[in-house]
Ligand binder design. Structure first.
Ligand code: NAP
Length: 243
């Protein structure tokens, strides 16, 4: 069922790295993607062994890079079983001061990047009549957040796109789901002031920040045989924060 590789974007650190580690341990062959080649290649070298793990440096916000990487991975592994669109960025700022450039950044990377990779793998998955698309959104795409209008819009867009893709590709045996993490301890959240982190923690019923592996386990489930009747869903992984 899992013949072919799983592409994981943003795999060089944080949640993406945790996803790559979890999937490699579960026996998936992986095509891992990020802009910076050094960390990515070191991770591929570390994980490559019982499963095949290859690094593909590229910028997900560029359509040409997405096409190049998907074509190359398909050639290298013979097929693509899944794509995990995880790479993402924030560019926070108050809405009334937000420049068009600041607005555009998370749209280009998070929303367009997810579109480009999903668009590049979709014809291959439709032809092989199987495949899994897992897109990483955020609870902020559900609730919105002061200072994150651009990020929230990009993440809500991902969930809406994924539901549409689920409807179009379901008949070809391809599922598409969104995972919406809450507050996960990574580089993305490391620089937040302690006061903001304490405020977040106070809103989490499970009384701890999430870890990359909390998200990785859910991604692994969505790629598995057990999840074959789940599509078009948003799975929130947030310790109960927005329950
Ligand atoms: P992170 O630690 O900042 O890691 C981001 C990863 O994405 C890195 O591997 C980075 O590598 C890659 N990346 C960034 N821009 C890229 C681009 N244009 N092209 C290719 N790769 C790119 O982030 P994270 O916290 O793990 O977040 C991962 C995902 O989860 C994001 O979509 C984020 O929005 C989402 N999320 C995170 C949290 C949280 O609390 N951390 C909560 C909800 C959702 P390079 O810099 O080398 O390219």
């Amino acid at each position: 069922m899992s013949d072919g590789c799983v592409i994981v974007t943003g795999a060089s650190r944080g949640i993406g790295e945790a996803i790559a580690r979890e999937l490699a341990a579960a026996g998936y062959d992986l095509a891992i993607v990020a802009r910076g080649a050094e960390r990515l290649e070191a991770l591929a070298a570390e994980l490559n062994g019982e499963t095949k793990v290859k690094a593909y440096a590229g910028d997900i916000s560029q359509w040409d890079d997405a096409q190049r990487i998907v074509t190359q991975a398909n050639e290298d592994f013979g097929a693509i079983w899944g794509v995990v669109n995880n790479a993402g960025v924030t560019q926070d700022g108050l809405f009334v001061r937000m420049t068009p450039e600041a607005w555009q950044k998370p749209i280009d990377v998070n929303l367009n990047g997810t579109f480009y990779f999903t668009r590049a793998v979709a014809p291959l998955m439709m032809r092989q009549r199987r495949g899994r698309i897992v897109n990483i959104s955020s609870v902020i795409g559900v609730t919105g957040n002061a200072g994150q209008a651009n990020y929230a819009a990009s993440k809500a867009g991902i969930a809406a796109m994924t539901k549409s893709v689920a409807k179009e590709l379901g008949g070809r045996g391809v599922t598409a789901n969104t995972v919406a993490p809450g507050f996960i301890a990574t580089d993305m959240t490391a620089d937040l002031p302690d006061k903001v982190k304490a405020g977040m923690l106070a809103q989490i019923p499970l009384k701890r920040l999430g870890e990359g592996k909390d998200v990785a386990g859910v991604v692994k489930f969505l790629l598995s045989a057990e999840a074959s009747y789940i599509t078009g869903q948003v799975l929130v992984v947030d310790g109960g924060m927005i329950a």
